[in-house]
Design a protein around this ligand. Sequence first.
Ligand code: MG
Ligand code: MG
Length: 248
Amino acid sequence: MRRNSEELAKMRRAGSVVGEMHEVTRAAARPGTTTAALDAAAREVLKRRGAQSNFLHYGNPPFPAVICTSLNGMIVHGIPGPLVLEEGDILSIDCGAIIEGYHGDAAFTMAIGEVSAEARRLIEVTEASLFAGIDQMTVGNRLHEIGRAVQTVAEAAGFSVVREYVGHAIGTAMHEEPQVPNYWPGSPGPTLKSGMVFAVEPMVNAGRPETRMLDDHWSVVTADGSLSAHFEHTIAITEDGPEIFTVP
Ligand code: MG
Ligand code: MG
């Protein structure tokens, strides 16, 4: 689906709300803070900016928060609650917003205080893999080159990419077709055109790629208990190259 300039303007605004949610939650996340407090801070941003949440009440069972908070060996979709952050944790925060029916979606992983060298490297490599993917988002390139670039960066560092959860096109719904795998799926996929918008979101595990779902039917963890990191941006393909929408 290609978006016109008015649609892209709305998505840019939704993206800037998500960017501000990142700023606010990053600033609040420190040892002693609960993940519920981060969700509350993100709700404040949505309210002040006149945006709706695309996470709240999503899916079945309905997701109960406006952000996902996934700690250490949790890959994605952690539910904010009474969990208290501790020195040495790594925390992934995924945020979304809707402006005039158009969606933004982005995530980052951060260190809580001092973390191990491996945890720091996992965070750096996962973020680098996202930007390697974004570099592929040019008119005329093929969609699956994004995942090939992500996978190359992650695996060169000795890490693995999750297969069961992937990026996605985004627009008037948070999750639109086509999917954006974080690995080479064996074919080049559709040709990228200006006006297409995708949420690219590598999930990189320090150990093996397999995942497991917890009993809350949301939280996804690494099957081997290893650490995991997650970075995501909502990005448009333009004639001038990729434009990242999810920045403040
Ligand atoms: Mg997300
Ligand atoms: Mg997403």
